[in-house]
Write a protein that binds this ligand. Structure first.
Ligand SMILES: [Zn+2]
Length: 504
């Protein structure tokens, strides 16, 4: 507020006023927390296109589990949902409920959140419900699902997503289990087993899991009320999506240095892959050209077999690259392609020797390309949805206004007087705009809290949580009194004087 208004003296409220406001806001939230969160998400479901939200309660209205995913998450799942990880390792909140995010990897090799849930217990029944609503929301289950070693989750996946393959996350295994028990469940983690499916690096785990943990811990404060949590969750997801757009923008609008000018595949890779992925491919090409050599090669019945020495690897054996030149199919025993969906230095070494001039199309996975995400539609207008009759018309006018305002500002920015005159014109229009909307009476503080928390439709509380405890900043756990109660409890002379003072 100080920054916004240009000094403490201009804010017009004291530090105590702010503290009291925060205390009253927290009290308001604690009365209605879960119910507000549910209603907030239900409103999104009603008004936002393609928003999914499901929840279950016990017979007495205690929340058992809640799942939600928006349109953007669904679009991302259709592109990056080959391998999805989900686990409940995050801290429980003040109601002892667990936050469960679904995470994939985007075309810039960054984590992307594909949906989220809050669950009251970690039973197979709850997980089965969660997987069922996930599939209903997204229309399919991911082909590969990566989790921690939770047995209830394992059973739920086997029962509910029969078509999916379940993998354990190495990071969680190393973190939680003893060596002996890791050995007992070896069939679900040994790396050779993983290599049968594209994993897009989702298993290359400790740094990825740590960055994911860091991302979620920003808003998984155990003291945090659910409705506040949802607010923090939304802003973090917005930041994640902004980062993705920025990476897309950097890929499209920056140039890279090509190292191997005489090897055309590197230049082609620069225009195929996103920037981050290209740097990885570039390094493999560089290693293929300078750190690998073909020891010998054999002509088999219908393919060529190359024995490639790699000085970057500690092993003394050769990697074997099998290749059919007529259909441009290639396979390397290091299995980098099956593991990450990207060709290895050994294959590039062979491609160089054979003087291949076109990047092998079969080995360009859409997942890593710059075109993986089509340009999304222009941002939706607040308070309107696509089902409104005049949606397109309104969208068109909004675009016209935005475009012409920007152009006018750009033109007038060097002409101070004209710029001021335009500002006056726009500011004057505020009054016209105010008159165009219905004049509402001044809002009470409770109504303002309702607006801040998004709880704008008054109704009786229908969903609750099991435990309700006080937390920091809430003050003493007493009920907020209405204005009427306060007036009755005080004598009329004092309250009359008080309201007179307020008017003054
Ligand atoms: Zn290889």
């Amino acid at each position: 507020m100080r920054t916004l208004y240009g000094g403490f003296d201009k804010v017009g409220a004291t530090k105590t006023d702010f503290k009291n406001f925060k205390r009253d806001l927290n009290r308001y939230i604690s009365e209605l927390d879960v119910d507000m969160m549910i209603k907030w998400l239900l409103r999104k479901k009603n008004y936002m296109p393609n928003f999914s939200m499901e929840y279950i309660t016990t017979e007495d209205g205690i929340l058992r589990a809640l799942f939600w995913a928006d349109e953007d998450a669904k679009r991302k799942l259709s592109m990056f949902g080959d391998v999805v990880s989900f686990d409940a390792t995050y801290q429980r909140n003040k109601y002892k409920m667990m936050f469960v995010p679904f995470t994939g990897v985007d075309n810039h090799n960054r984590n992307v959140t594909l949906g989220a849930a809050i669950i009251g217990n970690e039973t197979a029944e709850t997980y089965s419900w969660l997987l069922k609503v996930f599939r209903e929301a997204f229309g399919r289950a991911p082909p590969v699902i990566v989790t921690d070693q939770d047995l209830a989750m394992k059973k739920a996946i086997e029962d509910t997503w029969t078509e999916s393959r379940h993998k354990l996350c190495m990071w969680h295994i190393m973190d939680k289990l003893t060596v002996k028990s890791i050995y007992q469940i070896r069939d679900t983690w040994i790396s050779a087993y993983y290599r049968e499916k594209y994993m897009f690096g989702l298993m290359r785990t400790s740094s990825r899991s740590e960055s994911e943990n860091h991302f979620f811990r920003q808003f998984c404060n155990p003291e945090c009320a659910l409705v506040k949590f949802l607010g923090h969750f939304d802003s973090s997801i917005e930041a994640q999506r902004h980062e993705h757009k920025k990476n897309d923008h950097d890929t499209r609008n920056t140039n890279v240095d090509i190292w191997a000018v005489d090897f055309v595949l590197e230049d082609q890779a620069a225009s195929i892959y996103t920037r981050t992925i290209f740097f990885d491919v570039q390094l493999e090409i560089q290693n293929g050209l300078h750190r690998c050599a073909i020891g010998k090669w054999e002509k088999m019945s219908d393919y060529l077999k190359f024995f490639v020495k790699d000085w970057d690897q500690p092993c003394t054996t050769f990697f074997e690259v099998m290749m059919r030149e007529d259909e441009m199919t290639v396979y390397c025993t290091c299995k980098r392609f099956t593991q990450f969906g990207l060709l290895c230095s050994h294959v590039f070494c062979v491609l160089r020797m054979l003087d291949v001039r076109e990047f092998p199309q079969l080995y360009i996975l859409r997942h890593w390309t710059r075109e993986a995400v089509p340009n999304s539609a222009c941002g939706a207008i607040l308070g309107m949805n696509e089902r409104d009759n005049r949606y397109n018309e309104v969208n068109h006018i909004v675009r016209e206004i935005t475009y012409s305002t920007e152009s006018v500002i750009n033109k007038l920015v060097t002409n101070f007087d004209a710029l001021c005159s335009f500002r006056d014109h726009v500011v004057n229009f505020f009054q016209t705009a105010d008159e165009a909307v219905v004049n509402a009476p001044r809002k009470s503080r409770r109504e303002r809290f309702a607006e801040i928390t998004g709880n704008t439709q008054p109704s009786i509380v229908t969903v609750r949580v099991l435990v309700g405890t006080g937390y920091k900043g809430m003050g003493k756990p007493k009920r907020m009194k209405s204005k009427r109660e306060i007036a009755i409890s005080q004598n009329t002379f004092y309250s009359g004087l008080h309201s007179h003072l307020i008017k003054l």
